[in-house]
Design a protein around this ligand. Structure first.
Ligand code: CA
Length: 230
């Protein structure tokens, strides 16, 4: 079985050791770094399943690192926040973090949280993606096409990239910043309206193909691919 790989960014050695011990006892593999720079380098060059980031670090904050990481990776990230940083928790989640734990915490609780997030993010797509043969909705990754009952939706590159991201993780809500990273090679500026316009265009093309509205708007949150309407 695949051993889950965690990248731990924590500059306090004692805390790091407790965390490493808890996760390794539970069958995880943990790589530990002390600085944002080292963490970014590892994340760019290796495949990890999960990131645990302390917030206050010698060369920056875990939040800034998360923002950077979200430009190239969607791995789940959990923050370790101190009480004084309480206000920043919300910020942490807004910039793409998945959860936070306030120090001091029990290592067992931390392991439980990480497992819950991994279940949510890893298992959900496999469980809820209905077989394409029964829904009529097909993704051809080689040809970069979406088809409904054999009919090509004829999406533009950005529309295709957006729909691909949503489709890859059914029911997961992507906020507009996360969706922007999917098409960021086409657009430098982070503008919600760009995403809204593309989603609108995808919907029109779905309609033209006779497909139901597969993209659900989650008010104030973003968009999600919803196979339940098929
Ligand atoms: Ca620290």
């Amino acid at each position: 079985m695949h051993k889950m790989k965690i990248l731990l960014l924590e500059d306090e050695q004692a805390i790091a050791e407790t965390i490493i011990y808890a996760f390794e006892s539970d069958g995880f593999s943990v790589s530990h770094v002390n600085t944002c720079q080292a963490a970014e380098q590892r994340l760019r060059n290796e495949a990890f399943d999960f990131g645990i980031f302390d917030v206050g670090l010698p060369d920056g904050t875990g939040f800034d690192l998360c923002k950077e990481v979200r430009t190239f990776s969607q791995i789940p990230i959990l923050f370790l926040t101190a009480r004084a940083e309480e206000i920043d928790r919300v910020v942490g989640l807004e910039i793409g973090g998945d959860d936070y734990v306030t120090k001091p915490f029990s290592p067992r609780e931390l392991v439980a949280r990480v497992k819950a997030i991994l279940r949510r993010t890893n298992m959900a797509p496999e469980q809820s993606t209905p077989p394409e043969a029964t829904t009529g909705f097909t993704h051809n990754a080689q040809k970069c096409l979406f088809l409904f009952h054999g009919k090509n939706l004829e999406l533009t590159k950005a529309e295709y990239q957006l729909l691909r991201a949503l489709h890859s993780q059914p029911e997961r809500v992507f906020n507009r910043d996360q969706l922007l990273t999917e098409i960021s090679d086409d657009y430098g500026a982070a503008m919600d309206r760009v995403i809204d316009a593309h989603v609108k265009a995808i919907r029109a093309k779905l309609r033209n193909a006779g497909a139901p509205d597969l993209i659900e708007t989650r008010r104030g949150l973003g968009y999600a691919y919803n196979p339940a309407v098929l």
